[in-house]
Design a protein around this ligand. Structure first.
Ligand code: PRP
Length: 214
C-alpha cells in the first residue's frame, strides 16, 4: 500500500460535500480532519488509505478533474452539463435530486408557446442556450446571473429564468412557478480520463462499493 500514489477527490463545497463524506464513510473511507466545521483548511489527507480531499466551488470541480489536479470529483449534473468538460461521468450518487426548469410568472407561459423573442436570466447560460436554441428552436436573449436568479422576472430584468428547483419554496415565496421542465438533476461522480486508465483497479473498486449503496 505504501508505494501507492494518492488518489485525490475534489468535492463541491456545501451540502454535496457533506453527503459525499457520509456516503464514503459507509464504505470505510473517513477523513476526520474534514469534520471540523470551523477549519479554513482546503485540503485534507487520509494517510492510511492514501487519499486526499479538497473542497472547491462546484463549477470548478470538473475543471480540476479534467486537468488531473483531482482524479475524482463529486458535483451536480447541472454543473457537469454547464461546464461540459472532458471527464468520465461514472456514477449517479442518488442524492442532491432536483430539476432544471424554466420558471417565471404565470403570464410568461404564453411567451414560451409562441416562440417569441424573450429574455432568459440564468446561472446556467449554456444549459439555457442549448434548451432554447437546440430543443425549442426559440431565439432568446440569455442574461448570465450569479445567484438569486428569481429576481430576474420580479424586477423586470428578464421574462423567465432557467434555474434549479428543489422544494419549490423559493419560487412560491416569490410568486413564480415552473413553466417547463428541462431535466432531472442529481449528484454525480466524475473521473479524470487518464486516472481511469492508470488507477483502474482502485477506482473501479470504489465505484463498485458505492454502487451497492446508491
Ligand atoms: C438554488 C436555486 C434556487 C433554489 C431552489 O439557489 O438557484 O434559487 O436553490 O431551491 P428550492 O426549490 O428548494 O427553493 P441557492 O440556494 O443555491 O442560491 P443562489 O440563489 O445564490 O444560487
Amino acid at each position: 500500500m505504501s508505494d501507492e500514489r494518492y488518489l485525490t477527490f475534489a468535492l463541491g463545497k456545501g451540502r454535496l460535500a457533506n453527503k459525499t463524506l457520509e456516503l464514503l464513510e459507509q464504505i470505510g473511507i473517513t477523513c476526520e480532519e474534514m469534520k471540523d466545521k470551523d477549519s479554513r483548511k482546503l485540503i485534507f489527507v487520509n494517510e492510511e488509505l492514501k487519499l486526499r480531499f479538497f473542497l472547491a466551488k462546484g463549477p470548478d470541480v470538473p475543471t480540476y478533474v479534467e486537468y488531473g489536479a483531482a482524479d475524482i470529483g463529486v458535483v451536480g449534473s447541472d454543473t457537469i452539463m454547464e461546464e461540459n468538460r472532458r471527464v468520465y461521468e461514472v456514477l449517479d450518487l442518488g442524492f442532491g435530486k432536483c430539476r432544471m426548469c424554466v420558471c417565471g410568472p404565470e403570464s410568461a407561459r404564453e411567451l414560451l408557446q409562441h416562440h417569441e423573442m424573450i429574455r432568459v436570466a440564468s446561472k446556467y447560460p449554456n444549459i439555457a442556450k442549448d434548451y432554447f436554441h437546440n430543443k425549442k428552436h426559440q431565439t432568446v436573449d440569455i442574461i448570465k446571473l450569479n445567484g438569486s436568479v428569481e429576481l430576474g422576472p420580479i424586477v423586470g430584468l428578464s421574462d423567465v429564468i432557467v434555474d434549479i428547483v428543489e422544494t419549490g419554496s423559493t419560487l412560491r415565496e416569490n410568486g413564480l412557478q415552473v413553466l417547463e421542465e428541462i431535466c432531472p438533476l442529481s449528484a454525480r461522480m466524475i473521473v479524470n480520463q487518464v486516472s481511469m486508465q492508470m488507477e483502474t483497479e482502485r477506482i473501479r473498486s470504489l465505484i463498485g462499493k458505492l454502487k451497492e449503496l446508491c
